[in-house]
Write a protein that binds this ligand. Sequence first.
Ligand SMILES: NC(=O)c1ccc[n+]([C@@H]2O[C@H](COP(=O)([O-])OP(=O)(O)OC[C@H]3O[C@@H](n4cnc5c(N)ncnc54)[C@H](OP(=O)(O)O)[C@@H]3O)[C@@H](O)[C@H]2O)c1
Length: 311
Amino acid sequence: MRAVVIRSFGGPEVLKVEEVPVPRAGAGQVRIRVEAAGVNPVDVAVRTGALVEGGLSERREVHGLGWDVAGSVEEIGAGVTGFAPGDRVIALSDRLDLSLGAYAEQIVLDADAVAPAPAHATSVQAATLPLNALTADQAIDFVGLAEGQTLLVTGAAGAVGGYAVELAVARGLRVVAVAGAGDEDLVRGFGAEFFVSRGAELGSAVRGLVPGGVHGAIDAAAIGTAALTAVRNGGSFAAVRGGAAPVALRGTRVANVWIRADGARLAELAKLADDGRLTFRVAGTFPLDQAAAAHERLAEGGLRGRLVLLT
Ligand SMILES: NC(=O)c1ccc[n+]([C@@H]2O[C@H](COP(=O)([O-])OP(=O)(O)OC[C@H]3O[C@@H](n4cnc5c(N)ncnc54)[C@H](OP(=O)(O)O)[C@@H]3O)[C@@H](O)[C@H]2O)c1
């Protein structure tokens, strides 16, 4: 089968398509015929070596790329129940110690990382869901707010931020969204009650809308300290990028939230998407052997939605 791998760190040109053996599903695992794989900022961090430099991953001879999987089950390992060959599924590949990721024609994952695909989505759409919706969901769990409380979401027009707004609204939170002025309609469409234009002084702008400051924040744009100034004393703050967690001033609770695969929760997120509570946003597609071109397009910035590789 074909897979995209890297043998050295660098620009998009280090992404190579190689012929590799088809992996077998071991006990408790599922092999998926990948139809679509999302292209995410973390894939760039793997490609450049930033994850190794940051201590999040070990240096290996070969690194696979890609976290978001949409496709169909091909093989199930011993002890797997709940999936059968032919089932349409989505999954998150969160293992940085493996030489194969989702940029491949086939992938083997632990069954508990896999979920039924949303019924009303194409594979391309479905491949945009796992990484970003799970990250947003797990960040909302961390901030731990009660219904009616206020949540600041920076980078609200992005993939993580957009889902954070929609999922927070689905949980009854009131959202203050920070995004570019041209994205106000977009993020209000996700359900944000308040809007602050990117570049504003967040402490005063947000406190002008929510007296005393918001109860929690998800900092998808990695603004850091300036975003924390919008959080009230004792509030909570989720950073999602390495090195982007500010010092927990004023009794706040601050942490980097790192994604983990969770097939059961992913199944619930797929249902929310089917119910129209989560929006699929596809910015474009590329064939697997043009992964480098997809990375170049991602680097240009300004995308609204995910790029997706087709196998
Ligand atoms: N912790 C985890 O487990 C985890 C998982 C997934 C993603 N992440 C990280 O989460 C971050 C967001 O990922 P993503 O996929 O959502 O990226 P994305 O789709 O590129 O979204 C980022 C958004 O932030 C906007 N932005 C940049 N600076 C801003 C500012 N100062 N104020 C408001 N908005 C601003 C960008 O606008 P422009 O495009 O116009 O610049 C873009 O809309 C990345 O750092 C990614 O690596 C972490």
